[in-house]
Design a protein around this ligand. Sequence first.
Ligand SMILES: Cc1cc2nc3c(=O)[nH]c(=O)nc-3n(C[C@H](O)[C@H](O)[C@H](O)COP(=O)(O)O)c2cc1C
Length: 364
Amino acid sequence: MSDTNSLFEPFNIGTITLKNRVGVAPMTRITATENGFVTEKMLNYYRSFAEGGFGLIITEGTYIDDKYSQTYDYQPGIAFDEQAQEWKKIVDAVHSAGSTIFMQLQHSGPLSQGNRFTDGTVAPSAVQPKGEQLKFYLGEGPFRLPREITKEEIADVKNSFVEAAKRAKSIGFDGIELHGANGYLLDAFLTEYTNHRKDEYGGTPENRVRLLIETIQEVRKAVGENFTIGIRISQSKVVDYTYKWSGKEQDAQIIFGTLGNTGLDYIHITEFEAWKPAFETGKDSLVALAKEYSQLSIIANGHLEKPERASELINNGHADIVTLGKGALANHDWVKRVQKEEPLEEFDPEKVLRPTAVIKNFEL
Ligand SMILES: Cc1cc2nc3c(=O)[nH]c(=O)nc-3n(C[C@H](O)[C@H](O)[C@H](O)COP(=O)(O)O)c2cc1C
C-alpha cells in the first residue's frame, strides 16, 4: 500500500460514514442572491466537488439569523425556513453524487462588512478590528467599531445557532460545523485582544472558550445524538494572519481539553501550514495538539494539496480527515485525479476565483 492510500479509506465521523478522508474546506463565494438564497451557480459548484470524488463537503460560512450574523453581501443564509428549503436542492445533489455535506454556521461578530438586516456590529468588547475590510468580498476601508454584546444578546446568538442547526438537520445536511475560527464572533471571544470582558465570558482561557462550549451544548441538546457536530478553530484571523495564542501549549490544553468534553464529534483545525509547529516553543502542530488534548476526530486544513503531505498527517495519527481549500478550487476532481495518479492543477487566483460571479460590476 502506498502512503497516500490512507486518504481513500472510509471514516466514521459522528454518526456518518465518509467514503474517504478528503474534504472540501468551507469557502465563502458570495454567489447567493441578495436575500441570501442559494443559486444555480452554487448548486453546480457543490455538485462538482461531489462528482470529483470528495468524501466530505463543508459549505461556505452561512449566516444564521436576521440580526448581526451576516458577514458579507451575497452570502447565503439559513436564518429562515424558506432559505433552508432552497439549500435542500444542494444537499440532494451532493447526496445523489455520492458525497456527504456539512453546513458551516457563521456569526460574523466584529468582522461583518455586509449585513442587510442591521447597520452596526457586535463583539465581545468594543475593540476596533485590525486592518481593513476585505476588498475581495466587496468591502472598503476600516471595519466599523463594534458594540459590546449584552448578556441577553449572547443568549440570542446561542439560540440562533440552535435554530440554524435544526433547520440544517431538517433538510438533510449530514452535520453542522460551528465557525469558531478566523476572527468572527466565536473566535473573537476566544481571543485575548478582542475580549476584554469582566464577566464569565472574559479573562482566563476557560472563560473565553465558554461561549463556544455553551453553544455546542445547546446545539447538541436540540439536534440530539444522531447528528454530527464539529467546530472550526484557528489561531490566525482574516485580518491578523500571524496571531498565536499567548498561553501556547497551555492554552491548547485548556481549549482542546474543554472542547473534548462537550458532545462534539470533531474539531477542524486550520493553520497556514497544518503540519508545522504551532508555537516556536514546541514541535507539535496545532492539529497534533488538538488530537492529543481533545481525543476527538480531527480535520486538518492548511496547504495540504500535495497528497503526500495530506496523507502524512493521517498516517502519523494526528488527523483523521484533511480538507483542501485552494487545492480543491483548482481541482474539483482532486480525489479522482490523485487516485488515477493524474497531474494536479496549481491554484491560480486569476483563473479560479475571478469567474465565479459578476456582482455590482465587480468581477470575482
Ligand atoms: C475563497 C475563500 C473563501 C474562504 N471562506 C471561508 C469560510 O467561509 N469559512 C472558513 O472557515 N474558511 C474560509 N476560507 C479558508 C479556507 O477554508 C481554508 O482554511 C484556507 O483556504 C486554507 O486552506 P488551503 O491552504 O487548503 O487553501 C476561505 C478561503 C478561500 C480561499
